[in-house]
Design a protein around this ligand. Structure first.
Ligand code: ZN
Length: 85
């Protein structure tokens, strides 16, 4: 039997046999502290982020807002002047 014949296993299956999935969009936000360089992520610490910054993301209006917060790590205050993509 030739190699070409064995490759029949890799032939494109009928469309009906191909499983179908839906892809996901994973949006995450983060900000760096200007004092200690700590990076805070919304998806890693959702609870902290929601109560200290905003629970309204993603949202175009919130992306253009300012948020005055205290760093999660060093506690010093700073202002998030909006979010950019
Ligand atoms: Zn800090």
């Amino acid at each position: 039997m030739s190699i070409e014949n064995e490759n029949g296993n890799f032939a494109k299956p009928m469309l009906a046999e191909v499983p179908k999935v839906v892809g996901s969009i994973n949006i995450s936000h983060h900000v760096d502290c200007p004092h200690c360089d700590e990076t805070m992520y919304d998806d890693l610490d959702r609870e902290w982020w929601n109560s200290n910054i905003t629970d309204q993301l993603p949202n175009e209006e919130e992306y253009n807002s300012q948020f005055e917060i205290n760093c999660k790590e060093c506690g010093k205050p700073f202002i998030i002047d909006g979010f950019v993509y």
